[in-house]
Write a protein that binds this ligand. Structure first.
Ligand SMILES: [Zn+2]
Length: 91
C-alpha cells in the first residue's frame, strides 16, 4: 500500500532551513549549506547574488572541492529573501 498516509513519515519530514515549513523536497542552497524547499529555491534564483554564488560553487566543484560551503548570503540577498518569504506568507 504505497499511498497510505503515514503519520510517522509526516513527522520525520524535514523542515526547510530557511522558511521552516515542512518540505517533501530538500534542495541545497547555493549560498550556504542550508537545505531548502522548492519555494525558497525559487526565491533564491531571483536573489541578486545568485549567479555569483552559483558560479563560485561550480568552480569549487570543478576544482575538486565537493564540500564547498558556499559564499554565504550577503546582506542584500538576506534582505531580498526575507522580503520574498514575507510576501509568500501573506499571499
Ligand atoms: Zn522554504
Amino acid at each position: 500500500m504505497q499511498n497510505t498516509f503515514n503519520p510517522k513519515e509526516y513527522i520525520h519530514m524535514p523542515n526547510c532551513d530557511r522558511c521552516n515549513k515542512p518540505t517533501t523536497v530538500s534542495i541545497m542552497s547555493v549560498f550556504n549549506t542550508e537545505t531548502i524547499c522548492g519555494a525558497c529555491k525559487d526565491d533564491e534564483r531571483q536573489a541578486p547574488g545568485y549567479a555569483a554564488a552559483r558560479d563560485a560553487e561550480r568552480n569549487a566543484v570543478r576544482s575538486g572541492n565537493y564540500n564547498f560551503a558556499g559564499v554565504g548570503l550577503s546582506a542584500t540577498d538576506h534582505v531580498f529573501l526575507a522580503e520574498r518569504r514575507k510576501a509568500r506568507a501573506t499571499a
